[in-house]
Design a protein around this ligand. Structure first.
Ligand SMILES: Cc1cc2nc3c(=O)[nH]c(=O)nc-3n(C[C@H](O)[C@H](O)[C@H](O)COP(=O)(O)OP(=O)(O)OC[C@H]3O[C@@H](n4cnc5c(N)ncnc54)[C@H](O)[C@@H]3O)c2cc1C
Length: 424
């Protein structure tokens, strides 16, 4: 009688980052190796990355994705180790020495900056340029969405949105900000937004928002559902400066000039904005003006001393922003100038400056990023692997690709070893 085959030893696996990419990867690896020792490290006390600290709190369905990951830790035997920053609390070398496989799923959290908006070229009205430093009243969307989601390291200190704000960007995060900033404080609080954050966002009270995107309307990055959701807001009139019929929607030149592809549903995007504008109340007391085809130019500060009610004495605050027409976007004017109390930039995310774990620095000459391979036994997944684009479902697909590559590599190595042992 044949002896039953001894169970194959399962690998020890460390995953760095408990966002959706890390959690989906753990799920796929657990399915293959029920006995593997799988540990997920995160620098935060609590898991789930941007599901917890990025996704808007009123998007309950998306937030609920975290619940399916709870069972990873409660029932599937995956260990969560929080408050452990890999790179400082534990080095990558230490992890690689302790585990057979290490997967980096650390995301990309830092706000992409617009150089002339966030630091240099901030010019006090009628005065010499202000030294390169963050100007009061200019905020990155990452900071705002972390605040809204109660991130423990963010503080409401110095946050002043005022009566008029400019949102730069026309992706889903920009639309999240439009919706959340026009939602009553008590509703925000009912979704778990901290009291002081809800109060600061609505303190202005906000009367007017300008939402300015680089692309023409048909190449804007927002999803249709996000725009339609804005139609449910009370007491808001929407306007748009999209030149509409002047733009040939099949012509991709303008979209390319804005650094995007004209998407297949471009006409539907233009229609969604038109319907939002036409369906809104002309007598509403709050307005949101969409501007398409404008590239950020400069931010101007009020004279020091000319501060708003929330400004520190002598503090120079943003007072005006300018944009130039994106080439080929069909704008009739060369510049757009907006006066404002604050500016919120939502133009994407990037690597934190000085990050200890940088993909390009870690990748070996034999890296194969298509499969998530960085070096022997070292993999990457999610936003860290493919850049800060894509929703949570895209990370599931990504995790499957990388988990398959890990399973293939580990089992191929085991087969080689087994063959060598058998032949001796
Ligand atoms: C503001 C915002 C709103 C969004 N809203 C939606 C939405 O409504 N629907 C949707 O589908 N998608 C949304 N997305 C996109 C979605 O959040 C991302 O696709 C997804 O979170 C990326 O997953 P990730 O696991 O790669 O990275 P992340 O979610 O960023 O997770 C990375 C994890 O790694 C940890 N980490 C980083 N560095 C270290 C380190 N050195 N040591 C230990 N741990 C570390 C972080 O703490 C974090 O928990 C939104 C994104 C943003 C920014």
């Amino acid at each position: 009688m044949n002896e039953p085959a001894a169970p194959k030893p399962a690998p020890r696996i460390a995953i760095v980052g408990a966002g959706p990419a890390g959690c989906y990867t753990a799920q796929f690896l657990r399915k293959r190796w029920s006995l593997a020792d799988i540990v997920i490290y995160d620098r935060h006390d609590a898991p789930y990355g941007l599901i917890r600290y990025g996704v808007a709190p009123d998007h309950l369905g998306t937030k609920a994705i975290a619940k399916q990951f709870d069972r990873l830790f409660a029932r599937d035997g995956v260990t969560f180790v929080g408050a452990t920053d890999i790179g400082t609390d534990l080095t990558l070398d230490q992890l690689q020495a302790d585990f057979d496989v290490v997967v980096l799923a650390t995301g990309l959290w830092a706000d992409r900056m617009i150089d002339t908006f966030h630091s240099a070229a901030t010019t006090a009205v009628g005065a010499a340029p202000v030294a390169a430093a963050p100007l009061a009243g200019v905020y990155g969307a990452g900071r705002l969405t972390r605040l809204i989601n109660g991130h423990p390291a963010e503080s409401v200190q110095g946050l002043h949105i005022g009566r008029r704000t400019v949102i730069v960007g026309n992706g889903n995060v920009a639309v999240d900000l439009v919706r959340l900033m026009l939602t009553p404080a008590e509703v925000l609080v009912s979704h778990g937004v901290p009291n002081e954050v809800a109060a600061a966002l609505t303190a202005g009270p906000l009367e007017h928002m300008d939402v300015v995107g680089r692309s023409p309307v048909y190449a804007a990055k927002f999803d249709l559902a996000m725009i339609r959701e804005l139609g449910k807001l009370d007491d808001v009139r929407f306007t748009s400066d999209s030149p509409g019929d002047d733009v040939d929607e099949n012509d991709e030149t303008a979209a390319q000039a804005a650094g995007t592809d004209a998407p297949a549903d471009g006409t539907a995007k233009a229609d969604a904005i038109r319907e939002l504008v036409e369906g809104s109340s002309p007598t509403a007391t709050r307005t949101v003006a969409f501007h398409f085809g404008w590239t950020p130019d400069r931010v101007f500060a009020s004279d020091a001393g000319e501060v708003g009610d929330a400004g520190e004495a002598g503090e120079a605050r943003v007072s005006r922003v300018t944009f130039t027409a994106t080439p080929g976007a069909g704008q009739r004017d060369a510049t757009l100038e907006l006066s404002t109390d604050s500016v919120c930039t939502a133009v994407g995310f990037t690597e934190t400056e000085g990050a200890l774990l940088r993909r390009d620095a870690i990748a070996s000459p034999t890296a194969d990023l298509e499969r998530g391979l960085l070096a022997d036994g070292l993999y990457c997944v999610g936003w860290f692997r493919r850049g800060p684009v894509g929703t949570i479902p895209a990370n599931r697909a990504d995790a499957r690709t990388v988990a398959d590559a890990i399973i293939h590599d580990v089992e191929a190595a085991a087969a080689v070893l087994e063959a060598a042992v058998t032949s001796t």
